[in-house]
Design a protein around this ligand. Structure first.
Ligand SMILES: [Zn+2]
Length: 229
């Protein structure tokens, strides 16, 4: 079976991408990047999800990585006078996809799978379809050559790149994605804060998908099953 590296963050989109990849009958190796501003609850989510899904996950330490806001708080003279969106990390996806490529080379993977959705590119030039197209080109220009190489090289697979978060939830509900294990909130806590941008996008997506967020419910979760829509 072809090997797929799956970038897993513990949120709705990447967890759905993991379950989508499992459905494709790839051999899965997930990776997650650890950096200081990442909520501990996200990492806990990743560990619970990989256990539930029965896949391996490599935790990659990136201790130098800071958000633009953190960098400017420490030294306001850095980053010039760039207009920076909330939550921005300089060159984040260039770094993450370089890490994924490193493991794809080691394990001779055919695919790198991630859960980016259409709105991820708003204000984030490293999450646009063009960025991924250029990144894939770069990866394959520099890829190790092997006798049994497929003509397609390493492919970046983004099944939801032109979908909304509510679309992702609808697809995920048919794949049995354990959304109760995911974490979307920017902050740590026993419960999601329900006030940050991530929480409000999550609430909005569940409402638009006509689904109940199992993370907010004390009732046992009944999973749907069936074919992907
Ligand atoms: Zn929140």
């Amino acid at each position: 079976m072809p090997i797929a590296i799956v970038l897993l963050s513990g949120g709705i989109d990447s967890t759905t991408a993991l379950y989508w990849a499992m459905k494709q009958e790839f051999t899965i190796l997930s990776i997650t990047c650890k950096y200081p501003s990442r909520p501990a609850k996200e990492l806990e989510a990743v560990r619970n999800i990989k256990q539930c899904a029965g896949v391996n996950c490599i935790e990659v330490e990136l201790p130098f990585l800071r958000t633009a806001a953190e960098i400017m708080k420490e030294n306001p003279s850095l980053l010039g006078n760039a207009k920076i969106p909330e939550g921005f990390i300089p060159a984040r996806n260039t770094i993450f996809y370089s890490v994924a490529t490193y493991f794809a080379e080691i394990y001779n993977a055919s695919f790198i799978v991630a859960g980016h959705i259409e709105t991820d590119s708003i204000g984030f030039p490293d999450a646009t379809p063009r960025f991924f197209q250029l990144m894939e080109q770069l990866i394959n220009e520099t890829k190790l050559k092997r006798d049994n190489d497929s003509l397609n090289g390493i492919q970046l697979v983004m099944p939801f790149l032109h979908r909304t978060k509510q679309d992702v939830l609808k697809i995920g509900s048919t794949l049995g994605v354990p959304y109760e294990l995911t974490w979307s909130c920017y902050y740590d806590g026993n419960e999601p804060c329900q006030r940050c941008v991530q929480c409000s996008e999550r609430t909005d997506a569940f409402a638009k998908a006509g689904l109940k967020d199992p993370q907010l419910s004390n009732q046992p979760v009944k999973r749907m099953s069936g074919k992907e829509s």
